[in-house]
Design a protein around this ligand. Structure first.
Ligand SMILES: CC(=O)N[C@H](C=O)[C@@H](O)[C@H](O)[C@H](O)COP(=O)(O)O
Length: 228
């Protein structure tokens, strides 16, 4: 099997459909309907969290997907598909891409990122790997380990990247990242306007992932309320 994900999404929009248990829309049924709306609008791929949501969205849309499993372990701040166990469970759904957090901190159970990548390649040779990174140093680690996609997902969410936004200074960080890594870059995280999405593509990103600005009504409504 050849994985055509990178060609399919080139220059296009991937929509993230996620709602954690503490969010108002937490429901695989609702996420599948979000996926339906995303597809009708013209999204070429979906990013989703948890095996059940992934399966519901696959059934509903048939679109290629980036799958993750957000899982908290008390001993580590790494929560996006942190261990081989979650990587395996997500890959087993048949998603085209499995994404995991690459932010430099120690992973749960003492697992090493390099070992996870090697094991994953053996078990799932047709599935692409995306690194959810925060700073250049960690993006370069992912690039060297051979991740197929370097994502900016965690920028602004880790101790090392606190207070930053990928869009700062006309995407200054993204420009540097695109210069330094060999693998395709997908812009993700706080891309909240169509203009920002377009700018990321103009700068050379393979694709853009947009989540909250489209699929999190609480977030969207709160922006309006905050302006009152
Ligand atoms: C930091 C973290 O846990 N990000 C998660 C990763 O999957 C999601 O909660 C985000 O919604 C996703 O990255 C899309 O970003 P935004 O919703 O900002 O467009």
């Amino acid at each position: 099997m050849t994985n055509t994900f990178l060609d399919t999404v080139k220059g296009k929009l991937i929509i993230s459909c996620q709602a954690l248990p503490n969010e108002p829309l937490h429901s695989s049924f609702i996420m599948a309907r979000m996926g339906r709306a995303a597809k009708q609008a013209g999204a070429v791929g979906i990013r989703a969290n948890s095996v059940v949501d992934i399966q519901a969205i696959q059934d509903e849309t048939g679109l290629p997907m980036i799958g993750i499993a957000k899982t908290d372990y008390p001993e580590s701040p790494v929560y996006i598909t942190p261990t081989m166990k979650e990587m395996r469970a997500v890959a087993a759904t048949g998603v085209e891409v499995v994404a995991c957090q690459v932010t430099g901190e120690l992973r749960p159970n003492g697992e090493k990122l390099a070992d996870i990548v090697a094991q994953f390649r053996q078990e799932f040779p047709d599935t692409l790997l995306m690194a959810d990174t925060d700073i250049l140093e960690n993006a370069l680690v992912a690039d060297k380990l051979g991740f197929d996609i370097i994502g900016t997902t965690m920028r602004g969410y880790t101790a090392n990247s606190k207070g930053t936004n990928v869009a700062d200074n006309d995407f200054e960080y993204l420009k540097e990242l695109l210069k330094q890594v060999k693998h395709p870059v997908v812009a993700e995280g706080k891309i909240d306007t169509p203009e920002k999405m377009k700018r990321c593509l103009e700068l050379g990103c393979q694709a853009v992932v947009v989540g909250g600005a489209i699929t999190r009504p609480l977030e969207i409504a709160s922006r309006f309320i905050a302006a009152l």
